[in-house]
Write a protein that binds this ligand. Structure first.
Ligand SMILES: C[S@@+](CC[C@H](N)C(=O)[O-])C[C@H]1O[C@@H](n2cnc3c(N)ncnc32)[C@H](O)[C@@H]1O
Length: 273
C-alpha cells in the first residue's frame, strides 16, 4: 500500500495484523495494559465459583487477572495469534477461544461477569460488541469495560497525534475506529453501555505511565504504525514527525526512560436482575 492511500478501518479490524504483532504486544503492551486490566477486574465481584468472560483478550491480561481470583475464565479474541499466546500461559482456569466479539458464539446469560479492556472500542461495530457482552451476562451479573480517555489512544500515539496535528493541521484523518472516539467521552460511554442492556454505569478514571525504553531503537514505523494519521503521511512527513518525537523524548528522558502518562475510562455496570 502507498503512503497516503486511505486505509479505512485498517488495521484494527484485520485479525492477521494482530496475529503479526502478538509477540511484540506480549512483550511491550501487556505490561502497560496490565495496570488497567487489574483495575477493571478489581471492580468485578468475582469468586472461585464465578464464570468470567474476557472479550478481545489480546495476550490475556484481563483473563489472567480474573483467573488469579480462582474464577473460571473464558478468553476470546478474533486473532489466532493472540489466542495462541493466551494458551501458552498454560493457566488451567483459562479457556481461550478464537471468536469475533461482535457475534459471540456463546449462550445467553452464561457469565457472572464480563470484561473488555481496550477491545470493544476497536470493533467496527462496537455497539454490537457491547450488546453481545450484555447478552451473555446473567441477570444481576456485572461488566467492567476499559477504553482510552483520548480518541488518540494512549502511550506514543498521544504524542504522535499531537505532533502531527501541530505540523500538519490541514491533514484530514479518518479515525480507524469510531468507538475510540465515541467512547472516549464519559457521557457517551455510559449511555452506550446502557443502550447495550446494562444499568447503573459508573465511570472511573485510571492513569498510568507508559514506559518508553529509549535504549531500544524501536524504529518509527513499528512505534507509530497503529496511529491513524501515520498511515496517511508521506515519507518526508514521517521523517519530520519522527524527528520531532525524538527531540521531545531527548528533552524529557530520565536516563533510558521516557514516561507518557495515559488515562483510561473504566465503566462498571450490571445487568438488571
Ligand atoms: C489493544 S488490544 C487489547 C488486548 C488486551 N485486552 C489488553 O488490554 O492488553 C485489542 C485486541 O482486540 C482484538 N480484536 C479486535 N477486534 C476484534 C473483534 N471483532 N473480535 C474479537 N477480538 C477483536 C485484537 O485482536 C486485539 O487482541
Amino acid at each position: 500500500m502507498q503512503h497516503g492511500e486511505q486505509t479505512g478501518h485498517l488495521p484494527f479490524s484485520d485479525p492477521g495484523r494482530w496475529d503479526k504483532m502478538a509477540a511484540t504486544y506480549d512483550a511491550q503492551s501487556q505490561p502497560f495494559t496490565a495496570h488497567f486490566a487489574e483495575a477493571a477486574v478489581a471492580t468485578l465481584a468475582i469468586s472461585p465459583s464465578s464464570k468470567v468472560l474476557d472479550v478481545a483478550t489480546g495476550t490475556g491480561v484481563a483473563a489472567l487477572a480474573a483467573a488469579r481470583t480462582g474464577a473460571q475464565v473464558t478468553a476470546i479474541d478474533f486473532s489466532a495469534g493472540m489466542v495462541q499466546r493466551v494458551r501458552a500461559h498454560g493457566v488451567a482456569n483459562i479457556e481461550a477461544q478464537q471468536m469475533d466479539g461482535q457475534a459471540l458464539d456463546l449462550p445467553d446469560a452464561a457469565f457472572d461477569a464480563v470484561t473488555s479492556v481496550f477491545g470493544v472500542m476497536l470493533f467496527v461495530d462496537w455497539r454490537a460488541g457491547l450488546r453481545e457482552m450484555a447478552r451473555v451476562t446473567r441477570p444481576g451479573g456485572s461488566a467492567a469495560i476499559a477504553v482510552w480517555k483520548s480518541p488518540d489512544g494512549a502511550a506514543v500515539h498521544l504524542m504522535v497525534s499531537r505532533i502531527i496535528r501541530t505540523l500538519y493541521p490541514d491533514l484530514a484523518v479518518q479515525s480507524p475506529a469510531t468507538g475510540l472516539t465515541a467512547l472516549a467521552d464519559p457521557g457517551r460511554f455510559a449511555a452506550a453501555v446502557v443502550a447495550a442492556g446494562f444499568v447503573d454505569p459508573k465511570i472511573t478514571e485510571v492513569t498510568h505511565d507508559f514506559i518508553l525504553d529509549v535504549a531500544d531503537d524501536h524504529g518509527a514505523d513499528r512505534l507509530f504504525e497503529f496511529g491513524p494519521q501515520w498511515q496517511t503521511l508521506n515519507e518526508a512527513q514521517r521523517a519530520a514527525v519522527a524527528r520531532e518525537f525524538a527531540m521531545e523524548v531527548e528533552r524529557g528522558r530520565s536516563g533510558n526512560v521516557f514516561l507518557i502518562p495515559s488515562t483510561a475510562l473504566i465503566v462498571t455496570a450490571r445487568r438488571p436482575s
